[in-house]
Design a protein around this ligand. Structure first.
Ligand SMILES: Cc1cc2nc3c(=O)[nH]c(=O)nc-3n(C[C@H](O)[C@H](O)[C@H](O)COP(=O)(O)OP(=O)(O)OC[C@H]3O[C@@H](n4cnc5c(N)ncnc54)[C@H](O)[C@@H]3O)c2cc1C
Length: 326
């Protein structure tokens, strides 16, 4: 049987596509995900005694459509607002840097927001798509165990992985210039306080772009209670240590926390995101989505500014365009 729509990837963008189509009565569709569950880079890792958020650290909302879904998730207790004492590493040292940004988190861990979005959806998990090719007036999608045909295929994988899925290179010329940067993330254990240079305690801090991007205290986040901190390294550090082992990276980052921030920590784990974020987030596709060929769609944060909100809105855009063409 030919499906109406097959969506590759159950991150925020794929979930937005599937939810919107389902809300419009579409049933002849599939959502295929290579991991064990939904969420993609909205990820948390189960560790001894607690979980830690190893992907996106918080979500912001400018568009009323993303704001509305966050409000729904808050009503269902799957999202809460986080108000950290925020700092920033500058040439003058670590300084207090309060702002008025409203930051949303999945609770009790980031991935809970993806699970909220996935609630009524059927997802074929642990199904890695290997190729997508044109067959007549539709598309054939092949995994290690199955082949499907669909009239519309939506690819939400990071763009480098999207290009690998399409054996016909003419299909991906429209996304050739887009590129991703890596991030190494370390979860560390610490009972120390992170203090500004003038002694004010912080829950989170933005980096100076040299070796770390963001550091945050899990225990400051709603409904978490652990001594873990999460440290996202900057692209330059991540690129330099791309092929190092997680153990080596964890040691490097703990040393850097000590040297740069006077913050004592021990490594717990390090996770490499090879395609963490777009190299140039300002380079976006129109409304975050591209039709590569009739019925073949690409969306996701790589085309939409590199953040959770953009990913979600890009999924809405594809769903609206598919529905408009029915
Ligand atoms: C370290 C880090 C920190 C971040 N911090 C923030 C932040 O603080 N705030 C913010 O707004 N954003 C942040 N982001 C970005 C945010 O996480 C992403 O913008 C968003 O989660 C992307 O959603 P997506 O659906 O576009 O892609 P993804 O979440 O990557 O989803 C794509 C899905 O496709 C699946 N997939 C890929 N290939 C295949 C295949 N061949 N077959 C089947 N399935 C496949 C993947 O497993 C994945 O689940 C951060 C990202 C990282 C990595």
């Amino acid at each position: 049987m030919t499906l109406d729509v097959l969506i590759i990837g159950a991150g925020l963008s794929g979930l937005a596509v599937a939810r919107t189509l389902q809300a419009h009565g579409m049933t002849n569709m599939r959502l295929v995900e290579k991991s064990r569950g939904p969420g993609g880079r909205l990820a948390s890792k189960r560790l001894e005694g607690a979980r830690a958020d190893i992907g996106a650290q918080f979500m912001t909302a400018r568009d009323p459509r993303f704001h509305a879904v966050l409000e729904d998730a808050m009503a269902a207790q799957a999202v809460a607002v986080w108000s950290p004492r925020m700092g920033k590493l500058t040439a003058q040292g670590l300084v207090f840097s309060p702002d008025t940004e409203l930051r949303y988190l999945g609770v009790p861990y980031m991935n809970a927001f993806a699970r909220f979005l996935a609630d009524d959806l059927e997802i074929d998990t642990q199904q890695r798509v290997e190729s997508v090719s044109n067959v007549g007036d539709g598309w054939q999608v092949v995994t290690s165990t199955t082949a499907w045909t669909a009239r519309h295929v939506v690819i939400t994988a990071p763009l480098e992985q999207l290009r690998d899925l399409l054996p016909d290179p003419t299909l991906h010329t429209m996304v050739h210039g887009f590129q991703s940067l890596p991030t190494w993330t370390a979860v560390v254990h610490s009972t120390s306080q992170l203090l500004t240079d003038d002694g004010q305690p912080l829950d989170a801090a933005f980096g100076d772009g040299q070796w770390f991007d963001f550091i945050s205290r899990e225990g400051s986040r709603p409904r978490r209670n652990s001594s873990y901190w999460v440290c996202h390294s900057a692209p330059a550090f991540s690129q330099q240590h791309l092929e190092d082992s997680p153990e080596v990276v964890g040691q490097h980052l703990c040393q850097a926390l000590e040297d740069q921030l006077n913050f004592a920590a021990t490594p717990v784990l390090a996770h490499r995101w090879r395609f963490a974020r777009p190299a140039n987030p300002d380079r976006t596709a129109q409304k975050g989505a591209v039709q590569l060929a009739p019925g073949l769609w690409a969306c996701g944060d790589g085309l939409a500014g590199g953040r959770c909100e953009g990913a979600y809105l890009s999924g809405l855009e594809v769903a609206d365009r598919i529905l408009a063409g029915l």
